[in-house]
Design a protein around this ligand. Structure first.
Ligand SMILES: [Zn+2]
Length: 441
């Protein structure tokens, strides 16, 4: 026993720790030590108590610690349009309801308020990092930093005019300026986010490929979401969207292809060979009747697949626990193989794979010494979670976001006993009501 305990900021004692790396590991009665926002150590609790002298301690004796969940695809500000219009297909939903509302109401204030609401919802549900695509990303950045969350902000590009920008060049210029002004923020990273093959031109895609390569930025793009998208691409470009992206130089390890619902075996092999990442958004794909992405085949083929909620306008929850469970169940139902997506693989999708897609795997995605302290405690003391044979199975199949008790982002406590730290829920709800009244007219 050391006579001189090592100083530390925070010591979290937990009944279980699921570090995600190494795969499948479940550590009993372990502690995580945080110092300077970094995971200093993961070790048995009895050893932690003799080795470290923390300033603050948490005894979570019925809880499991997991890495903060990474929501690999959302449009956070659209939380203000939660339930605005349901039960229609993607193109009708976009053309008749969502785009008209956005063209009328999208503003820096709307994005700031909507993103802050989304951050609060996500953190309460164990999400510590999200990949965002929306107008006014600098306003989203304000909200993310106020919430103390981690995000990859999209430098959004579409051809059409919006309250944010006039044309593709204007979107790119504004987004790149936003990145320049915020690039020193530790909690922020950036993607170029061309909306979709049907809303961005060949010229713009070529410019985006060049910028992404020069600046080493991920590209965040909806791709092969619906059969309509694939058919339309054939009509206008005489090729499928993935072939078109290949021709335009977009396929590669920088690309995060969102949805990839309608991909054939050749395309799966191509995505794997090019190192393209996929963001699987099962709830949104089901709700918009887009289909079911062949996740098991993509994983078998070697594609890195992460998990996302998409927006609260098409989900209608920013609930990664719901996506975890649904992804694992759908993969089984869709293939007839119960082993198609085991619990460990689903949890990897929601953590490490998302981090990898964002180029953040050296910082987040697993509870590993040296990584940033993005940690979620899930309380297994709840009646509906008794008994527990296998904590890993419980995280995926039994627990929900309502069981998240504590969340740390970058070593800072953001959710404490299910309550959000530093934000006023009443104010968030008042803002949501204000925007609903405005948007509803
Ligand atoms: Zn989306």
């Amino acid at each position: 026993m050391s006579c001189h305990p090592i100083p530390a900021d925070t010591l979290i004692d937990a009944r279980w720790v699921i570090p995600v790396e190494p795969a499948g590991a479940v550590l009993n009665n372990h502690s995580v030590v945080l110092t300077g926002g970094i995971i200093q150590d993961v070790l048995p609790t009895d050893e932690a108590h003799t080795r470290y002298a923390p300033r603050e301690r948490f005894g979570l004796d019925e809880h499991v610690l997991i890495p903060g969940l990474v929501n690999l695809h959302t449009h956070a500000a659209m939380t203000l349009m939660r339930g605005l219009r349901d039960d229609v297909s993607l193109m009708e939903w976009l053309n008749r309801y969502i785009w008209p509302a956005e063209l009328q109401y999208a503003s820096a204030d709307m994005v700031r308020d909507g993103t802050l609401l989304a951050c609060a919802e996500m953190m309460r549900g164990g999400v510590t990092c999200f990949n965002d695509m929306y107008f006014f990303p600098e306003a989203a950045a304000d909200a993310v930093l106020r919430a103390g969350m981690r995000a990859a902000l999209g430098i959004i590009v579409v051809e059409f005019q919006s309250p944010y920008a006039s044309d593709a060049s204007d979107y790119l210029a504004k987004g790149l300026a936003m990145r320049d002004s915020l690039r020193d923020e530790q909690l922020l990273s950036f993607c170029i986010a061309p909306h979709a093959p049907y809303s961005v031109s060949d010229d713009s895609f070529e410019r985006i490929a060049t910028y992404a390569a020069e600046l080493d930025l991920p590209v965040h793009l909806h791709l092969h979401e619906t059969l309509d998208e694939v058919h339309e691409s054939f009509k206008f470009h005489n090729e499928r969207p993935i072939a078109r992206m290949h021709r335009l130089g977009l396929l590669g390890p920088n690309l995060i292809a969102v949805h990839a619902v309608h991909v054939d075996a050749t395309e799966i092999a191509q995505l794997a060979e090019e190192g393209v990442h996929v963001a699987h958004c099962p709830s949104s794909n089901l709700k918009l009747a887009s289909g079911i992405a062949p996740v098991a085949a993509m994983r078998r083929g070697g594609v890195n697949v992460g998990l996302g909620t998409d927006s609260a306008a098409s989900n209608n929850r920013l609930d990664m626990f719901a996506e975890l469970r649904l992804a694992a169940l759908l993969a089984k139902g869709n293939t007839g193989e119960a082993t198609a997506l085991p619990a460990q693989a689903a949890l990897e999708m929601a953590t490490l794979n998302g981090a990898r897609a964002l180029g953040l795997e050296d910082r987040i995605g697993s509870l590993h010494p040296g990584k940033r302290g993005d940690i979620v405690a899930v309380d297994f003391g709840a009646l509906e979670l008794a008994p527990c044979y296998d904590p890993l199975s419980h995280v995926v199949y039994a627990a929900g976001r309502e069981h998240v008790s504590h969340v740390w982002v970058d070593g800072e406590l953001r959710i404490k006993d299910r309550e959000i730290v530093g934000l006023d829920p009443a104010e968030l709800k008042a803002k949501a009501r204000y925007w609903r009244e405005k948007i509803q007219g």
